[in-house]
Design a protein around this ligand. Structure first.
Ligand code: KIV
Ligand code: ZN
Length: 400
């Protein structure tokens, strides 16, 4: 899949972590977030350009539209591996194989549930039948490509001995990536670290393939769990732009990538992502999926690089590192914003006046600042136009 070597020693400096984006598959499974083929092609082009290693382009057996989207993306992709999801049945696998065929590099991602709850209520299968399906599905997928990923759905609620047997069967049948999904966002970082460690210790061949994380965010721990998995030796993170996905979503691509970049001291791993494209990707996905990004969302929220309080604005004007741990430029923003509101102080107000091209005498400044505070007390958003109106009024009164 890549010429880069991937050391499995947890925490080895310089380690490469592969980014597997599933915005177009798991992300699209967010209720109400479906995208047209054209929109999916647009998103895939941006993901490809920004350095995503593997793009999960859809679930070809789900619908004719999904099949065609995956096929078109497979034709268009320049760098990324294009992946199609499939259940364990032959028909699904064949459909995925057909959909990824035009790709320069194509992957089939096949999965089956392994937890007692899912095997009994969802599949109605005995463990030995699931184990057989692991072998047969991976073997069949390998007829289409030598890049096959196998996932143990609901892995974090699966009995350990059985999980080890399934992972071993998948590796023996030819899986080159084994994904350990936290399907219902149930695990916690320490537990997930221990799970990946346990698999590496107990499953023969586990260090010859790529172990992968796929964490959902039901408890708000998807990013922390993914990073714990990487610290334990996983070398692929499955994630989505803006953290879109089933229920509370998946681990957010922008968060895992920026966490590794910003805290390379304690998370010494690197990815191939051009982080300056993060804002563009976030805006595009939000627009085409009609899913707004919450204001205080890490990295890509409207307020992620905005400051309103006077104390923070004063600090920012002296040195941005006082209140920012990464630069806005590093995620593709032009600059941070100092939002003018009732918490803003004189320093920021003076700076704003300068930006707007005004230079006021001390008296006029104090007068205008006082009236700005009165206005800000009654108005949620104080726009540049409001401040211009205050200054114009002040200057007009000075002339009277
Ligand atoms: O959450 C999950 O378990 C999945 C699998 C299909 C990988 O999305
Ligand atoms: Zn999922």
């Amino acid at each position: 899949m890549s010429t880069e070597t991937t050391s499995k020693t947890a925490g080895a400096p310089g380690d490469r972590v592969f980014i597997f984006d599933t915005t177009l598959r798991d992300g699209e499974q967010s209720p109400g977030a479906s995208m047209t083929r054209e929109e999916k092609l647009q998103v895939a082009a941006v993901l490809d350009e920004m350095g995503v290693d593997i793009i999960e382009a859809g679930f070809p057996a789900a619908s004719q539209g999904d099949f065609e989207s995956v096929r078109e993306i497979a034709k268009a992709a320049k760098n990324a591996v294009i992946c199609g999801l499939s259940r364990a049945g032959n028909a699904d696998i064949d459909r995925a194989g057909e959909a990824i065929a035009p790709a320069k590099r194509g992957r089939i991602h096949t999965f089956i549930s392994t937890s007692p709850l899912h095997m009994k209520y969802k599949l109605g299968k005995e463990p030995h039948e699931v184990l057989e399906a692991v072998t047969s599905s991976v073997t069949r997928a390998r007829q289409y490509t030598d890049d096959v990923e196998w996932s143990a759905e609901d892995a974090t609620r699966t009995e350990h001995d059985f999980l080890c047997r399934c992972v071993e069967a998948a590796i023996k049948a030819g899986a080159t990536t084994v994904n350990i999904p936290d399907t219902v966002g149930y695990t916690v970082p320490e537990e997930f670290y221990a799970l990946i460690t346990m698999l590496r210790e107990r499953v023969p061949g586990a260090d010859e393939i790529i172990l992968s994380t796929h964490c959902h965010n039901d408890l708000g721990l998807a990013v922390a769990n993914s990073l714990a998995g990487v610290r334990a030796g996983a070398r692929q993170i499955e994630c989505t732009i803006n953290g879109m996905g089933e229920r509370a979503g998946n681990a957010a691509l922008e968060e895992v990538v920026m966490a590794m970049r910003t805290r390379a001291d304690t998370l010494p791993y690197h990815t191939g992502i051009d982080t300056t494209m993060i804002t563009r990707a976030s805006k595009l996905v939000s627009a085409v999926s009609a899913f707004p990004v919450q204001y205080n969302k890490a990295i890509v929220g409207k307020n992620a690089f905005a400051h309103e309080s006077g104390i923070h604005q004063h600090g920012m004007l002296q040195n941005a590192q006082t209140y920012e741990i990464m630069t806005p430029e590093s995620v593709g923003l032009k600059e941070s914003t100092l939002v003018m509101g009732k918490h803003s102080g004189r320093h920021a107000f003076r700076q704003k006046l300068q930006e707007l091209g005004y230079e006021l005498s001390d008296n006029a400044f104090e007068d205008t600042f006082y009236r700005f505070k009165v206005l800000a007390d009654h108005k949620k958003h104080v726009f540049d136009e409001d401040i211009e109106a205050l200054v114009d009024d002040e200057l007009a009164r000075a002339h009277d």
